[in-house]
Design a protein around this ligand. Structure first.
Ligand code: ZN
Ligand code: MN
Length: 488
């Protein structure tokens, strides 16, 4: 780092960034926002389209009720004020991936305003105020074909329902923005409002950022950063942009109102368009859709359908089941996993053993198979049986892990597998002795190391004994025998 950079870093500490975030998240509905096309991902290009989402003349939009429900649920979860009367407007602009040449959004009367999002930060928790939330439709996708140098357009995404959440500008560092995005994603996922999978473009965010000297009341001119493909990119872009803006201000320049694109490969922002003359989207009310009026009954039903919030559930898991915070958080990261844990508890009530099995061995199986708890198709009852067998010492932990893999592989019940295969614990003195002798003779260096004072060799040899016994050797007895033999 050059001294000039260091100097700028020091100066940066005397400035704070005002940041607001716009989160666009795809709502988890079966069909699109205004037509009956499936809201699906990964279909062949331009195969999930119809006259309405292609904007062909004569087609009319009809609002998807589920999208309103999910959007309202998100707004309630953030403590926003629901506008019982909201409406849709046209945002007009020309772009190849927008066949109608306008996007239907809620500009004048959004679904909800206000509320706040809580997030963790160094030394505690904080909250950021929400400006507004509204429902709008997604545009298509432009795909650049490197082979031919052509830009191709896939209209499948046209009309997919989006929820846009806009936060109020707040003095936030890059790490805090990162944390608040994670909090938003956790909540939306937990409530099954959106999958929030950034790789699939389910969740996209733009940030607005300006700088001002710490303690000042007058924020500088903001820039908007787009093309942020990961939360990590948001963090990096905010740090970069703060430094860039402070550099301009310190050298007597003026930050310009601009839209910038983040370039992840170079770690810099580049100008997309100048906003000196603000964009004119010629917003006007959508003439083909009536106002959206929520009635009290509907709102009541949506309220009733909201599950226990993640933060409350984490607290309950800690209090009711005596789980440590970390384990509770791990289980509650995913609503389906938390439900699974509580289902399994009905068959085996040792919460700590069960939670450890889920957060340890079971999550490892899920990761290795790239499966969610639902797609793994392991019955909670079966996991409970395995955890109980291991917890009570009827089989070794290694055997229980093998039994778990086999149960997942075959779909058979652990008791069936136990009757067909030998998972029983091997505690016969003579058999164990033979196994230890074999392990020692196969690993001469390990025994030499042990005698030379490397006690961790004992663990290694025990591992070998477990291997030779297909995980069935009683580990306590086996390690005693190993110790005995090595000492003599
Ligand atoms: Zn359609
Ligand atoms: Mn938008």
């Amino acid at each position: 780092m050059t001294t000039k950079d260091e100097k700028l870093d020091n100066i940066c500490e005397k400035y704070e960034s005002l940041v607001s975030v716009e989160i666009h998240t795809q709502l988890k509905t079966r069909s699109k926002l205004f037509c009956r096309c499936a809201n699906s991902y990964g279909a062949p290009p331009n195969s999930v389209v119809c006259p309405t989402c292609l904007g062909l003349p004569g087609s009319l939009p009809a609002l998807n009720e589920k999208a309103v429900e999910l959007g309202t649920m998100a707004a309630l979860a953030l403590g926003s004020h629901i506008n019982m009367h909201s409406s849709f407007d046209r945002k007009n602009y020309f772009y190849p991936d927008l066949p109608k040449s306008y996007q239907i959004t809620q500009h004048f009367a959004p679904l909800a305003i206000g509320g706040s999002l809580e997030f963790e930060k160094k030394g505690g928790r904080d909250r950021v105020e929400i400006e507004r939330m509204h429902i709008e439709e997604d545009a298509g996708k432009t795909v650049y074909d490197e082979k031919t140098g052509e830009s191709l357009i896939d209209f499948n995404r046209c009309g997919v329902p989006l929820l846009e959440i806009v936060t109020k500008p707040a003095s936030l560092g890059p790490d805090e923005v990162y944390s608040l995005l994670n909090a938003a994603r956790r909540l939306l996922r937990y409530l099954m409002i959106s999958d929030c999978d950034m790789e699939k473009g389910n969740l996209r965010c733009d940030v607005n950022v300006s700088v001002m000297p710490c303690g000042s009341e007058k924020p500088g001119t903001r820039t908007e950063i787009k093309n942020l493909n990961s939360f990590r990119a948001v963090k990096q872009a905010l740090a970069y942009e703060k430094k860039r803006q402070v550099g301009i201000v310190e050298s007597g320049g003026r930050v310009k109102l601009e839209t910038l694109l983040w370039d992840a490969s170079s770690g810099t922002t580049a100008l997309q368009r100048s906003k000196e003359k603000s964009n004119d989207y010629r917003y006007f009310p959508e003439p083909d859709l009536p106002p959206l009026i929520l009635c009290e009954d509907v709102l009541h039903d949506i309220k009733a359908s909201i599950p226990e919030f993640p933060s409350a559930r984490i607290r309950r898991f800690m209090e009711t089941y005596s789980l440590p915070l970390q384990t509770a958080e791990l289980l509650v990261r995913d609503k389906e996993l938390a439900d699974y844990f509580e289902n399994a508890l009905r068959y085996y009530d040792n919460a700590i053993v069960l939670a450890n099995w889920i957060s340890g061995h079971l999550m490892k199986e899920m990761n290795e198979r790239s499966k969610s708890i639902v797609s793994l198709e392991l019955q909670p009852e079966h996991l409970a049986q395995i955890a109980e067998l291991a917890g009570s010492g009827k089989i070794t932990v290694v055997s229980a892990k093998n039994l778990l893999s086999k149960t997942i592989d075959t779909g058979q019940s652990p008791s069936d597998l136990l009757s067909k295969n030998d998972f029983s614990i091997e505690s016969d003195e003579n058999t164990l002795r033979e196994l230890v002798i074999r392990a020692i003779s196969l690993n001469a260096t390990a025994s030499r190391d042990y005698r030379a004072g490397k006690t961790e060799s004992l663990q290694f040899l025990l591992g070998q004994v477990m291997k030779l016994s297909s995980g069935r050797a009683d580990p306590l007895k086996a390690s005693k025998i190993i110790e005995e033999m090595l000492e003599n």
